[in-house]
Design a protein. Structure first.
Length: 133
């Protein structure tokens, strides 16, 4: 069983009914046999994305609340990157935000593939040979 690191773009696609992404579907299916790993930042990003979706009438308040409850029951382990310098260097090297570099740093430190829909982050993961497919 090989775990993987996931970012908020993947997890949000799991919970937004109007999102349809093959990579997100693949990652979700892998939860049957693998564990997803993410920094705590993921929880804040998912909450915010779902809240914005509610405000824009993409989802109902009850759907948002149920989604967050389901998120807590997934095979998702919160693990923080261990080295701030790794995170900062990755952000600098790949011109990533500190937020995106957090996911990549975790993948680099754990030597796990990174599941992301974000093209820039996916390109950085590929350069680090941590592509999720």
């Amino acid at each position: 069983m090989t775990d993987f690191v996931t970012d908020a773009s993947i997890v949000c696609a799991w919970f937004l009914p109007d999102e349809n992404n093959r990579l997100a579907q693949t990652a979700f299916a892998r939860l049957e046999t693998q564990n997803a790993i993410a920094p705590a930042l993921l929880l804040y990003e998912v909450r915010n994305t779902l809240l914005i979706a509610e405000r824009r009438h993409r989802i109902a308040a009850t759907y948002l609340e149920k989604s967050l409850s389901r998120l807590r029951r997934l095979k998702l382990t919160i693990v923080e990157p261990e080295d701030d310098l790794v995170l900062l260097n990755l952000a600098r090297n790949y011109q990533l935000s500190g937020y995106d570099a957090t996911y990549l740093a975790l993948a680099v430190q754990k030597r796990l593939p990174l599941a992301t829909i974000d093209k820039k982050l996916a390109a950085a993961a590929a350069r680090e040979q941590l592509t999720f497919n």
